[in-house]
Design a protein around this ligand. Structure first.
Ligand SMILES: Nc1ncnc2c1ncn2[C@@H]1O[C@H](COP(=O)(O)OP(=O)(O)O)[C@@H](O)[C@H]1O
Ligand SMILES: [Mg+2]
Length: 195
């Protein structure tokens, strides 16, 4: 099989790690978590308190990811992280899956994970305003980017959908969700978009 380098990106709490781990297992691929890699390689510059995430040395992580991808030869790689769009060298990347989750559901996931105040609203705004999608499109172009709406789906179902895209039996698209429009229609936009 041809080596694939698959990025799984999206807003914090959307379900990247759950999906990327299972996908890597199904594909017998190497699983790479960018935050764990940055910590392990001493490439954390600080913390972004507002978003509750770590600030990574992007150049350093890019180098480390490139090396991992090269070192594993023909084995496929699944990269998990919301920085995925900026730190995986473009020449390697074959597929980018941007996971999307209905902000109403995502808020519940974030609250369960302990997100509060700024951290909650900043990250919800990022989902509502398609930040990860735009970053992925800017970095890799629409040919390689595929959006997956994971709302109300199990991890297994999401992975099955991704496998169908990889095998060519399912077409993938970008522009499949409109959270702004949906929240507006539900009368929830002001409550959800607080920045
Ligand atoms: N499809 C899903 N259905 C239900 N719960 C999920 C699903 N995907 C993830 N979760 C749960 O949501 C939380 C965040 O998931 P995680 O994979 O860690 O997201 P991320 O890596 O994007 O931050 C975890 O508690 C996880 O078990
Ligand atoms: Mg994660």
């Amino acid at each position: 099989m041809v080596k694939r380098v698959i990025l799984v990106t999206g807003t914090p709490c959307v379900g990247k790690t759950s999906v990327a781990r299972l996908l890597a297992e199904k594909l017998n691929a190497l699983y790479v978590n960018l935050t764990e890699l940055a910590i392990k390689e001493n490439l954390v510059l600080g913390r972004d308190e507002k978003r509750g995430s770590v600030i990574i040395d992007e150049k350093g992580v890019k180098r480390a990811v490139g090396k991992l991808i090269e070192d594993c030869g023909e084995q496929s790689v699944v990269v998990d992280g919301h920085y995925a769009a900026s730190v995986v060298p473009k020449r390697f990347v074959t597929h980018v899956f941007v996971l999307r989750r209905d902000p109403v559901e995502l808020r519940g996931f974030m609250e369960r994970a302990g997100f509060l105040g700024n951290k909650l609203w900043e990250n919800l705004a990022a989902e509502i305003l398609d930040v990860c999608l735009v970053d992925a499109l800017k970095a890799y172009g629409s040919e390689r980017v595929c959006e997956i709406d994971v709302s109300k789906k199990s991890v297994e179902n999401v992975v099955a959908e991704i496998l169908e895209v990889l095998s060519g039996s399912r077409k993938c698209y970008v522009g499949i969700v409109d959270w702004l429009g949906k929240l507006e229609q539900e009368g929830l936009l002001e409550e959800f978009l607080r920045i």
